[in-house]
Design a protein around this ligand. Structure first.
Ligand SMILES: NC(=O)c1ccc[n+]([C@@H]2O[C@H](COP(=O)([O-])OP(=O)(O)OC[C@H]3O[C@@H](n4cnc5c(N)ncnc54)[C@H](O)[C@@H]3O)[C@@H](O)[C@H]2O)c1
Length: 336
């Protein structure tokens, strides 16, 4: 296996470490994954990239490159220039947006992944692929959804996630690419806004609770879905990528979840901490149909057994921390 040394001595930790490329780095996950990787491996070891242009007031130090993942030569150029050994491929269209633009979603979600895997094959890079609970469908068992089960999603997002899981496994089996993935649930976070997923309500509700004291939810009150707080997701992503390959019985992708909750339950928990908070409902039929095709609670036993997945935040802990973080941000943003 070819191993490059970092070009600038001292820029990355000594030894075999190569740089890390993150695609879609300005999104909800990338906004927290990039700082976490930089803290762990060093600022100069992580190349953040996105289709979006970095704002003038850069949120963080470190290398940032414009990258359209549908353009293979652009990925190749960055991997060569920065001697990249690991690619966290986050760029994608999320479930609701993908349903609105299925052709674009296919092009970005599948085309981008194919390009990343091809470059990884040529340069022996490790790849992280974020799959989703959207990779399941209405014929999947909805309770305790097993690691290996029926996957026949009815959304373009889900189709690209199942095909993505298979393509990653193919590249692992056929070409020896070290591709690993998680089936992530809805992620709740306070740093960057969510990018058009079906579980976005679980983030919006916190902002509206603090700003208006009320929230109109686009999913029905009893819609039960898996969720996880972003710090747990970031920890899980890095833990999977660091795990001993010999211990991985699955690659693409491991079920992970920290809580299985409904809008009613989340609203009740927020109301405990934001007195007077109220929720009402105006159901969006498109997003409700997507949610109704997904599992209610997936089984993460394989992730626990193979690489020690152990989320810290439950509903109460996540709600408390989200509100504390958002309150601190609002205070900091106050003029004067
Ligand atoms: N956030 C969640 O709840 C969740 C849950 C399950 C899986 N995932 C998966 O995790 C990944 C990242 O999710 P996210 O929530 O950060 O998404 P996001 O929508 O917040 O961010 C995606 C980023 O990709 C960028 N992008 C879009 N097209 C691009 C292209 N052609 N080239 C390069 N960049 C492009 C966007 O500008 C955006 O910054 C996605 O694959 C998503 O399907 C997310």
């Amino acid at each position: 296996m070819i191993r490059f040394r970092p070009r600038e001595p001292g820029a990355c930790p000594a030894g075999e470490m190569q740089r890390i490329l993150v695609t879609g780095a300005m999104g909800q996950i990338g906004s927290e994954l990039v700082p976490a990787l930089r803290e762990r491996f060093g600022v100069d070891c992580v190349v953040a990239s996105d289709l979006r242009i970095m704002p003038r007031a850069r949120p963080s130090r470190g290398i940032y490159e414009h990258l359209d993942c549908t353009q293979a030569p652009q990925i190749l150029e960055l991997v060569r220039r920065y001697e990249v050994g690991t690619i966290y491929h986050l760029a994608a269209l999320l479930s609701a947006v993908a349903e609105d633009k299925p052709h674009v979603a296919w092009s970005i979600n599948m085309g981008g992944l194919y390009n990343v895997l091809e470059v990884a094959r040529q340069y022996q890079a490790q790849v992280f692929f974020p799959s989703s609970i959207g990779a399941f469908g209405p014929t999947t068992p909805r309770e305790h959804t097993p690691q290996v089960t029926i996957q026949r999603p009815t959304t373009m997002y889900g189709v690209t996630k199942v095909a993505g899981e298979l393509l990653c496994d193919y590249y692992a089996g056929r070409f020896g690419v070290d591709a690993r993935g998680l089936r992530l649930p809805g992620l709740i976070s306070c740093v960057a806004p969510p990018g058009g997923g079906t579980t976005d309500y679980a983030v919006e509700i916190f902002h509206h609770a603090l700003r208006y004291g009320r929230y109109t939810c686009f999913l029905a009150p009893d819609t039960r879905l898996d969720m996880m707080y972003m710090p747990d997701a970031i920890h899980a992503i890095i833990a999977l990528m660091q795990a001993d390959a010999a211990r991985l019985h699955h690659r693409n992708a491991y079920n992970v979840s920290a809580m299985s909750i409904t809008p009613t339950e989340l609203a009740a928990e927020i109301a405990r901490q934001v007195p007077g908070f109220a929720i009402d409902y105006q159901v969006d039929p498109v997003r409700q149909a997507i949610a109704d095709s997904w599992p209610r609670a997936i089984d993460a036993a394989a992730a626990r057994e193979d690489w020690g997945f152990a989320p810290k935040y439950d509903l109460a802990g996540m709600t408390q921390d989200m509100l504390a973080q958002l309150r601190a941000r609002r205070e900091a943003e106050k003029p004067g």
